[in-house]
Design a protein around this ligand. Structure first.
Ligand SMILES: Cc1ncc(C[n+]2csc(CCOP(=O)(O)OP(=O)(O)O)c2C)c(N)n1
Ligand SMILES: [Mg+2]
Length: 572
């Protein structure tokens, strides 16, 4: 017997036998997981029983829909930088939950998804609810595994957490064979590994400094997940002291303090066309944490793919650097470590002060609220919300045209956070808001959601009540799948197909759960309604009855039709 085997045997002798379900619960605690978001299933009864045993240390959040559970876990990981676990049953549960895996992958969020699996000996019989999760989640997740032997639970859970949290973070799916959950095994827990972040190479930092010194029109694009408070402070110190204009990537508002004079707006769907034009003029792009994905780069058109625009790309995973846009310099580093190193650099002269001021002036001009038709001016409502929201509020957004109202008219401050799905997943906002409220008890949570998204996962309000959290939902009601109608009107004017909606009374819907409901039809009614909602202390919903003609903050349906004509397919 090798020394390692002897040691393991000795450890096992000291470790009492536990059933697999309990070993799993203990393995989660050993790896620092403190929340599980779940819809139960008979496929993982033994794990549920293990969770019962450790209920003081590991909080089990019972949800109403697997898409809700997985999105809550994703939001928890995105906000805290530490993965939460989601648990769903085999087959149908896994199918419902899959959307959250896609969100976590595209958003680079650490997350674990456990799926109850059929008994191992029934494999490949197309038995009840059988699915091969390695094949199903292969292209969706960062890693997929299945535990068939209870003795391997501590090892595989520890590795899953390492994979989920390192490099470009992402979701790991772990299927749990039914029988092994019952097996009594004597196996020790695995300790957490204190992995130190990868520092940027000093030679790369020196080259970055030289490139900045030679630039006249630089633009920083900030994105990424898992920023720590210290990392945010350091990157802000670097960007402010250098007077660099800062744009944020798609749905990454609030990775940077929007009230600062060098914040120039967001690049994504519905961005200010003037900012997009200026980004194309920049002579140096400093992309920090952004993948330079499709939405941020305006369908990969913002820069020359072959390197015509010099780009410095800072990213924790070398595989993302140069993936589409070939950068002039790639720096592989943990983002928080890069921020600290950048803040410590000597400051070159910044001859771009005027350029930064001109970009900021564009942002401010774009935020001037037009006199929209109709009684409810959503531009003014967003400006008011900025004043009314708690200084450390967490915002969560669903996907849809309504999301462009806060993006354009609000500036999120340093202590506020904003969660949005960069993969454009409808149904994300309400669960993400609940996940945020559970992650940060006591902080105000405000959700932006359309009438379409609200009826995808709005029933998770029940979960908010069940677990005692009170988000405030702002439902932008235009009685349509407005985003798709917008593309429709641009491409096939007047041919409205499949995009109209009939809605319930949303305020009464919230009241039926025991929450606070409001309907706002005029601008002046918003502030008092919001104050009442916030003061209620209960989950609250404010329905914003929109003028459906105002399809975006920049166009009416009539304007789209007038500008339409050429059939030009676009992406939603
Ligand atoms: C899960 C999912 N289904 C469908 C879509 C396609 N889609 C994108 S936006 C949108 C409409 C959103 O409607 P609503 O929530 O009412 O917001 P609005 O665009 O009207 O502001 C649809 C159907 C999507 N992105 N995600
Ligand atoms: Mg709508």
């Amino acid at each position: 017997m090798s020394l390692a085997q002897q040691l393991e045997t000795a450890q096992q002798l000291e470790t009492p036998a536990r059933p697999g379900g309990r070993v799993l619960a203990d393995a989660l605690i050993a790896q620092g997981i403190d929340h599980v978001f779940a819809v139960p299933g008979e496929s993982y009864l033994d794990v549920l029983d293990g969770l019962f045993a450790v209920r003081q240390q590991l909080k089990l959040i019972t949800c109403r829909f697997e898409a809700g559970a997985v999105n809550m876990a994703e939001a928890y990981g995105k906000l805290t930088g530490r993965p939460a676990a989601a648990m769903v049953t085999r087959g149908p549960g896994a199918c419902h939950g899959a959307i959250g895996v896609h969100v976590a992958m595209q958003d680079s969020t650490p997350m674990l998804l456990f799926v109850g699996q059929i008994p191992f000996e029934e494999t490949d019989r197309d038995s009840f609810q059988e699915v091969d999760y390695r094949r199903m989640f292969g292209p969706l997740a960062k890693w997929v595994t299945q535990i068939d032997d209870a003795r391997r639970i501590p090892e595989l859970v520890a590795h899953a957490v390492d994979v989920a949290t390192t490099g470009r973070p992402g979701p790991v799916v772990i299927a749990l064979s039914e029988e092994m959950q019952k097996h009594m095994v004597a196996v020790p827990d695995r300790p957490r590994v204190p992995v130190f972040a990868s520092l940027p190479d000093p030679a790369g930092m020196t080259r970055m400094q030289a490139m900045l010194a030679a630039s006249r029109k630089p633009l920083a694009i900030l994105g990424g997940s898992c920023w720590s408070a210290a990392g945010r402070a350091a990157i802000q110190a670097f960007l402010v002291s250098n007077g660099l204009p800062v744009a944020v990537g798609f749905r990454r508002q609030a990775v940077y303090d929007g009230t600062l004079p060098n914040f120039v707006g967001d690049l994504g769907v519905g961005s200010d066309p003037a900012l997009v034009a200026r980004a194309k003029e920049a002579d140096l792009i400093l992309a920090i944490g952004s993948r330079l994905g499709e939405a941020t780069t305006q369908g990969y058109t913002l820069f020359d793919h072959a390197g015509g625009t010099p780009i410095i790309h800072v990213y924790p995973d070398p595989a993302e650097i140069g993936r589409v846009f070939r950068p002039a310099l790639g720096i592989v580093a943990d983002l928080n470590a890069f921020a600290v190193a950048a803040a410590a650099l000597e400051r070159p002269p910044a001859p771009w002060a005027e350029w930064t001021r001109s970009l900021r002036a564009l942002r401010e001009a774009g935020q001037a609220v037009p006199a929209y038709e109709g009684a409810l001016n959503l531009g003014k409502v967003m400006r008011e919300l900025q004043e009314l929201a708690a200084p450390d509020a967490v915002f969560a957004s669903d996907a849809g045209n309504f999301a462009t109202w806060p993006a354009r008219f609000m500036n999120f401050s340093e202590s506020q956070r904003m969660l949005g799905p960069t993969n454009g997943a409808m149904g994300y906002g309400v669960p993400a808001g609940i996940g945020a409220a559970i992650a940060f008890p006591g902080r105000q949570v405000i959700v932006f959601v359309g009438d379409g998204g609200m009826l995808m996962t709005g029933q998770e309000i029940a979960t908010a009540f069940h677990h005692g959290v009170a988000p405030i939902l702002l439902v932008f009601n235009n009685a349509m799948y407005g985003t798709i109608r917008m593309y429709q009107e641009r491409t096939y004017p007047g041919r409205v197909s499949g995009t109209g909606l009939t809605n319930p009374d949303f305020a009464k819907f919230m009241e039926s759960f025991g929450g606070h409901g409001e309907v706002v039809e005029a601008t002046a009614a918003f502030a008092p309604a919001f104050r009442r909602a916030a003061a209620s202390g209960k989950p609250a919903l404010i329905e914003l009855r929109m003028n459906p003609e105002q399809i975006t903050s920049r166009a009416t349906i009539a304007q789209l039709r007038a500008g339409a004509g050429v059939v030009k397919p676009e992406k939603a």
